[in-house]
Design a protein around this ligand. Sequence first.
Ligand SMILES: Nc1nc2c(ncn2[C@@H]2O[C@H](COP(=O)(O)OP(=O)(O)OP(=O)(O)O)[C@@H](O)[C@H]2O)c(=O)[nH]1
Ligand SMILES: [Mg+2]
Length: 223
Amino acid sequence: MKVIELHRSVTESNDRDAQKLNQELKEKGLFFINLMSAAGSGKTTLLSRTITDLKDRLKIAVMEADIEADVDAKRIEELGAVSIQVHTDGMCHMDAGMTRKGLEEMDLEGIDLVFLENIGNLICPAEFATGAAKNVMILSIPEGDDKPLKYPLMFQTSDVLLITKLDTASYFSFDLDKCIERVRYLNPDIRIFVVSAKTGEGMKEWEDWLIQETKDWKENKDA
Ligand SMILES: Nc1nc2c(ncn2[C@@H]2O[C@H](COP(=O)(O)OP(=O)(O)OP(=O)(O)O)[C@@H](O)[C@H]2O)c(=O)[nH]1
Ligand SMILES: [Mg+2]
């Protein structure tokens, strides 16, 4: 398992670095998604299920960012997918320069889609662009339907929201309609999928979206 130590990028503008990386990835036709959520909301579980379900349709690689450990990258590697573990020197987010370094260390030959599993929290990752084509976030049902009120920037900077752990809905007083209304107030254009990575419910819609977006990104690579 490859583990890379990264340090804060010292550059004038993270936004500019992110834009440059985004453009380069477009030229290569490599679709790159920044996956964000609170710790333990189910990022690695969702990625594992997605990789397994799509193994005959998309070649997926994962960059696992954590402050310590390599357990998540090992979980992905066990599925036979390309993965790398990066450590962020104690920082609670990835920036564009760090992301670029991580990507450079990965063997991306033949890969269609790369996920960055960002550090688990709903605050810092939302403040730093990574160069990703799409920002995707997870809110799991046990976290509560009030999270859009408390962490609005995360919901505003995401292109897609996955409401997960649907199989646990009967144990929590999570008002799905109210939650979606709060999210749409912050971000009317956000795409929402309601899923369970455990039972597979709703996963097909999310996976169809991924297949289509990866294809569109590739086809527009010279645009
Ligand atoms: N019931 C249920 N449990 C889930 C689901 N998805 C994830 N979990 C559980 O939630 C816990 C955390 O899942 P992870 O995938 O490790 O979460 P994570 O967001 O990657 O965690 P960090 O990387 O530590 O931030 C595990 O016990 C999973 O089994 C789901 O859809 N339903
Ligand atoms: Mg994880």
